[in-house]
Design a protein around this ligand. Structure first.
Ligand code: ZN
Length: 190
């Protein structure tokens, strides 16, 4: 079922989500929630969606990038369901990249992200997952994990002057940013 995505200003986005009881991951309730997140994200052409964005305060988020029309420059990421995910930064380096969010309609802004991270958590079957993500994709994972701690990318912006509507971003900044993305992909591999 497609769920309503709450928008910036809604207190649900500021809640710190609760861990999921691992024994409950295979329950109908959690499985339906995961299905709803996938359907809702795909319907909205999102690159990811966290449960807090549909006002469910549980530590579940999903990520998928497949030739995304909202982010044509993003490298693909296969559908990834993360439950109780934890992130570890593997480098002191940061990349300053444009992000957008289904809960912040029609906007883009620049945020610093760690370009090499490890994610540990559970998948939708309740299996342990652990993997490394790099480059642009690493930023996408950090964005979704932030939602589980009540954070929105605009909180991470050191310079609010990069905030831009999608149209103005396309007109003035997208070409330059695509070149930056290509150099990040060359350097970090995704
Ligand atoms: Zn978001």
């Amino acid at each position: 079922m497609i769920r309503k995505i709450v928008q910036i200003g809604n207190p649900a986005l500021r809640q710190i989500a609760n861990p999921v009881d691992v024994k409950q991951i295979q329950s109908d309730e959690i499985q339906t929630l995961v299905d709803d997140l996938i359907e809702t994200m795909r319907h909205a052409n999102g690159a990811g969606l966290a449960a807090t964005q549909i006002a469910v305060p549980l530590r579940i988020c999903i990520i998928e990038v497949n030739k995304n029309p909202r982010y044509p420059y993003k490298p693909d990421i296969p559908l990834t369901v993360l439950i109780n995910p934890k992130v570890t930064f593997l480098t002191e380096e940061r990349v300053n990249v444009y992000e957008g969010c289904l809960s912040v309609p029609n906007m883009r802004g620049r945020v610093d992200r760690c370009p090499e991270i490890q994610i540990d958590g559970y998948d939708r079957e309740g299996n342990d997952v652990s993997f490394i993500s790099k480059g642009i994709s690493a930023g996408t994972f950090q964005h979704e994990l932030d939602h589980l701690d009540g954070l929105i990318y605009t909180d991470r912006m050191k310079d609010a002057s990069s905030l831009s509507t999608i149209d103005e971003f396309s007109s003035y900044f997208e070409e330059e940013f695509k070149k930056q993305v290509i150099s990040i992909v060359e350097r970090y591999g995704s």
